[in-house]
Design a protein. Structure first.
Length: 398
């Protein structure tokens, strides 16, 4: 039995989702079958790991409820020793070590519709497949030391891995096989966030590679005749994981120049979450004034990150130009959170660390942040398609 036959088997099974030939995408919004291609922002990654609770509070799940439809989620185990892989820990010794389960929780759906995989780059959406391992006949999805592959195995593989032969689909192939009526594409953030966290410009996906890969992702999703909503790429330097010298200095009644001189920093450098912890200790006399590697995002790398984000978003707009694809400005929304915060009702939510929008990791939204993002997406759909979806009641979000 060939891999092609296994894919055909999946397509036959997916006839349960079959639909009539739709009208042109620009003329309708049909949420009958929604798929999401994305990374950690759409998967519900928060607090340094992916859990069932976070997945069920992710913006795709929240908007599905408001649209009167359903998005199946590949829920991950909350805890347990089986399948635990290397934890996500940007700065060892300063930030908490959080274990990541590599197995799905039970019961789980056969098909996944939120296909978002944390740490997935746009090229991975086209090329990365599940790679299960076996101990005799026992299937092993968690691969110690490889968090991306482990999550791809669990999310894109899951029960499809037990078929003979296993069905090994990329994110884009999986989305095409489901034959969606509405598709969201949120890719690109992972192509720069690692470079920002590691202060390493070499980890940035080149704009040319991004342009080529994103155009292919978009073209293949357009072939499904789904309504396609693409999202711009947010700037990771505007997340709560990073803070300017002036922001940190203000917390301690210092000028940014005093802080810069004391710690030997350069103008335009940003402090990471770990750096903020170290500075607090230094100003209290608990450590010296030399910051650890990983505590600072240099001005030069930060500029490279911002330039890449700008190039990605130009590529996204160019790819969508002249098509029925619509663009939700996720970058603009996240920028507004950074500069002005959001006020849902009587509560003020800011983009500062501890301000409510971001989770403990400072990079990915909290449940409140996901709800606010969901409402921004719903408002966009209403204004674009003339729909009347009600917003998420943010005050009910835990």
């Amino acid at each position: 039995m060939t891999q092609r036959f296994a894919i055909s088997t999946l397509l036959v099974i997916s006839l349960a989702f079959a639909r009539a030939v739709p009208a042109p995408a620009a003329d309708r919004l049909d949420p009958t079958l929604v798929v999401v291609l994305g990374g950690g922002l759409s998967a519900g990654f928060s607090g340094f790991h992916l859990t069932e609770a976070g997945q069920k509070q992710a913006w795709p799940v929240l908007i599905a409820k408001q649209m009167g439809t359903y998005i199946s989620v590949p829920a991950m185990r909350e805890s347990g020793q089986v399948g635990v892989v290397n934890s996500y820990q940007p700065l060892r010794g300063l930030l908490p070590q959080v274990a990541q389960s590599g197995e799905r929780a039970l019961p789980f759906p056969f098909f996944t519709m939120n296909l978002s995989v944390p740490f997935l780059r746009v090229g991975d959406a086209l090329n990365l497949r599940p790679q299960p391992q076996y101990d005799g006949i026992k299937l092993i999805t968690a691969i110690e030391g490889n968090l991306l592959q482990t999550l791809a195995n669990a999310i894109l593989g899951g029960p499809l891995l037990v078929l003979q032969p296993p069905v090994l689909l990329t994110q884009v192939e999986y989305a095409q096989a489901l034959n969606p009526t509405l598709a969201f594409i949120q890719l690109g953030f992972e192509d720069v966030v690692e470079a920002a966290v590691q202060n390493n410009a070499a980890r940035i996906t080149s704009t040319n590679s991004f342009r080529t890969d994103f155009a292919q992702v978009l073209s293949r999703m357009q072939m499904t005749n789904a309504s396609v909503v693409v999202m711009t790429v947010p700037d990771p330097t505007e997340t709560a994981y990073f803070a300017s010298l002036s922001e940190v200095a203000g917390l301690y009644g210092l000028s940014s120049e005093e802080l810069r001189t004391r710690l030997g920093l350069e103008t335009g450098d940003l402090l990471t979450l770990g750096g903020m912890v170290e500075i607090a200790d230094a100003l209290r006399g608990r450590r010296g004034n030399v910051l650890s590697q990983g505590s600072v995002l240099s001005a030069a790398v930060a500029a490279s990150v911002r330039a890449a984000v700008s190039g990605y978003n130009t590529a996204i707009r160019d790819a969508a130009q002249g098509t029925d694809v619509v663009i939700f400005d996720l970058a603009g929304f996240m920028h507004q959170v950074k500069v002005g915060g959001v006020r849902p009702g009587t509560v003020s939510v800011t983009g500062d660390y501890g301000g409510g929008f971001y989770s403990e990791d400072g990079i990915y939204p909290s449940s409140i942040g996901q709800a606010l993002l969901a409402n921004a997406v719903l408002q966009f759909l209403n204004s674009t398609y003339g729909s009347g979806f009600a917003p998420v009641a943010v005050e009910t979000i835990p």
